[in-house]
Design a protein around this ligand. Structure first.
Ligand SMILES: Nc1nc2c(ncn2[C@@H]2O[C@H](COP(=O)(O)OP(=O)(O)OP(=O)(O)O)[C@@H](O)[C@H]2O)c(=O)[nH]1
Ligand SMILES: [Mg+2]
Length: 440
């Protein structure tokens, strides 16, 4: 595993290709040495952008007219000395600068994520915040951005760390009791467990878990599956929503076999709409596989959009295929003059009713991914760990034996520590010796 290593790393931190500006970041113990390689003689003032001509040391040829920034460690992103070179964003300049850096002693190209990894090792951010940073960079919608920024700023870490601290304090007390019980000072019956406080934390964790997967939905996108009989116009609707020909449309029943996904931004939320194979009894093995995938898509979806043909109210798929509360849409309203059915009526062909459908979808998406002020679970990794912590806490609450109780509690503390990347026994020892003045 890489640690806050002795090597100095560099990498282009802006996207590859041409641009107005390209930033190359250098981090590590020898970061400032790179300036000599560019014939820069004076170290810029910390955190002040300094305009400098970079020259190739061996022949003095100018490479670029650049801005240099110096962030001395430990007050930098990685916790190490960082030099940022703000260059003109052309491939020849970037190549020339990287060539020079690669020749500097102890320098190498950074691996993916290595700057952030160093920030973690140097205690600048914890794992949950690092994940928040990745999510922030990846964010494509407003909701994803807001959620990721919150996570990066530590509100989720603070929640987990808060639980961990309260459990660790409790553990410290119980361990203290164990120490003294040998000397007969402590009542055998009394484990020292603060049941109210532990039950309180257990309930907080359960509420955090039971959030309708909001955080994960915002992060991963709301999944909408379009299902219905062949030829009702599912692929036509997908294309209308995507505003492009994403799926093949034809008047042959059974055109779509594979699932086709499109990504939308509805009211600031990421939405993935899946077109599926039309549902019918079929002898064709490929179509059967397509239908199996349609049903799987419906089962995985957060919203199932069931499509029928206007004027044929009996032709909807049976509820077994779409569960609870599907969004019923009747297509081809341009063809029929019959009585208007309940549900949303559209024509994927003329575009009629599509704005109303988008509005209804947006409303449903919003209510699923509703933003709350409280920090939310954003990843399966966190969900698994918190679930395990609740199991441990339940064991704690049932345990009568102090030694075993301490074991369960220690496991819960460790599980929470794993989420944020801090599993620290020293921390526990510090607490015991600081708060209780044993004096040994
Ligand atoms: N008049 C009219 N025709 C439509 C409308 N929507 C789709 N169609 C036509 O209906 C036929 C089937 O459309 P598709 O979008 O391929 O239907 P599908 O549900 O994806 O069909 P499968 O992939 O076979 O399950 C095509 O000929 C479309 O042009 C509509 O609103 N009005
Ligand atoms: Mg289709």
């Amino acid at each position: 595993m890489l640690d806050g290593s002795k090597e100095t790393i560099y990498a282009l931190s802006t996207p590859a290709g041409r641009g107005g500006v390209a930033v190359i970041r250098v981090s590590g113990p020898a970061a400032v040495d790179c300036l000599t390689a560019f014939q820069v003689t004076s170290l810029p003032k910390p955190r002040v952008a300094t305009r400098t001509v970079l020259r190739r040391k061996k022949d003095g040829v100018p490479v670029d007219d650049a801005l240099i920034l110096f962030f001395p460690g430990p007050n930098s992103f990685t916790g190490e000395d960082i030099i940022e070179l703000h260059l003109h964003g052309g491939p020849a300049i970037i190549d020339a600068v990287q060539d020079i850096l690669s020749a500097c002693k102890g320098f190498r190209l950074a691996q993916p994520g290595e700057f952030t990894r160093r920030a973690f090792w140097n205690g600048k951010i914890d794992l949950v915040e690092a994940e928040g940073l990745v999510d922030l960079i990846e964010a494509e919608t407003e909701a994803q951005r807001v959620q990721a920024l919150r996570q990066l700023k530590g509100s989720l870490s603070a929640l987990y760390e808060g639980w961990q601290k309260r459990l660790a304090d409790q553990l410290a007390l119980i361990e203290l009791g164990l120490d003294f019980s040998d000397e007969g000072d402590v009542d055998e019956e009394d484990t020292g467990l603060d049941r109210d406080s532990m039950t309180g934390i257990l309930h907080e964790m359960q509420a955090h878990l039971d959030d309708g997967r909001r955080g994960e939905i915002v992060r991963n996108g709301v999944r909408v599956a379009i299902i219905g009989a062949p030829n009702v116009g599912k692929s036509s609707l997908l294309n209308a929503l995507a505003r492009r020909e994403a799926a093949i449309v034809s008047d042959i029943a059974g055109t779509t076999r594979d699932r086709v996904d499109i990504h939308l931004n509805l009211g600031g939320q990421a939405v993935i709409v899946t077109d599926t194979a039309g549902l019918r009894a079929s002898e064709d093995v490929i179509e059967q596989e397509g239908i199996r995938r349609s049903l799987a898509a419906a089962a995985e979806a957060d919203i199932v959009l069931v499509m029928g043909e206007y004027g044929e109210p009996d032709a909807l798929p049976t509820p077994e295929t779409h569960g609870g509360d599907p969004l019923v849409v009747w297509n081809k309203m341009d063809l029929s003059t019959g009585e208007r059915p309940a549900g949303i009526c559209i024509s994927a062909k003329t575009g009629e009713g599509i704005p109303e459908l988008e509005q209804e979808l947006t409303t449903r998406v919003r209510s699923l991914a509703l933003q709350s002020e409280a920090p939310v679970l954003t990843r399966a990794r966190h969900r698994e760990a918190i679930t395990e912590a609740t199991v441990r806490l339940e064991e704690v609450l049932q345990e009568k034996d102090s030694v075993l109780l301490a074991e369960h509690l220690r496991a819960a503390v460790a599980v929470l520590g794993r989420i944020i990347g801090k599993v620290d026994v020293e921390d526990l020892l510090d607490r015991i010796f600081r708060d209780f003045c044993i004096g040994k």
